[in-house]
Write a protein of this length. Structure first.
Length: 202
């Protein structure tokens, strides 16, 4: 039996064009902090007797509902191809989830504005609505928070990368999985495939 070729389209797959992550493209599913933009032109507020400036994550962190507690942890993500195909989305109904890029565990130099990951999100009540699927690429200067109940694919990193993650923890795991009726493949808006030359994957 021949193994499927991940670079070749599957029958009946859903094609989603990638866009840059921003407040506008994430829409009502969460919030985005562009760190360089926040500090541009002396943005942020002065602290520590003027030796530092501070900017806060936008939005609301929902981490303590139904007896939950806030947890800070580190995800060490392994590089994956951006295209997929992707078949499962998940959501956390009782808590938000925040991802803050940190560094490469390999010590490789980081291009601050080169895509390091793809966020695949969708709206929907009982299940994700395929018509709302968005693929949003993000760089190392962007942190983002997903609101409770937002359907999303587990973290897709385009290179080995560490992320600081803020999430809710409780005695019962709050993670609902949904298998998509069709596999999803991510493409580049300017080409037929989101490829290594666009994303800088070696």
């Amino acid at each position: 039996m021949t193994a499927p070729n991940p670079s070749k389209p599957w029958p009946n797959e859903l094609i989603v064009a990638a866009q840059a992550l921003s407040e506008q493209t994430l829409q009502s599913d969460g919030w985005v902090l562009d760190i360089d933009a926040a500090f541009a032109a002396q943005g942020g507020r002065e602290i520590n007797a003027g030796t530092s400036r501070r900017t806060d994550l936008p939005g609301v962190l929902s981490l303590q509902s139904h007896g939950g507690q806030a947890l800070a942890c580190v995800f060490r993500a392994q590089a994956q191809g951006a295209q997929g195909p992707w078949r499962v989305l998940e959501r956390h109904q009782l808590g938000s989830q925040t991802f803050i890029p940190m560094s490469s565990p390999t010590g490789a130099p980081i291009d601050r504005f080169k895509p390091i990951g793809v966020l695949l999100v969708a709206s929907g009540d009982d299940a994700p609505d395929p018509s709302t699927l968005r693929a949003l690429w993000f760089h190392a200067q962007q942190a983002f928070t997903l609101k409770p109940g937002t359907w999303h694919h587990p973290l897709i990193a385009l290179q080995d990368f560490d992320f600081l993650v803020l999430e809710r923890v409780a005695g019962e795991v709050d993670c609902e999985l949904c298998h998509l009726p069709e596999p999803v493949r991510v493409t580049d808006r300017k080409s037929t495939r989101l490829n290594s030359s666009h994303l800088g994957i070696s």
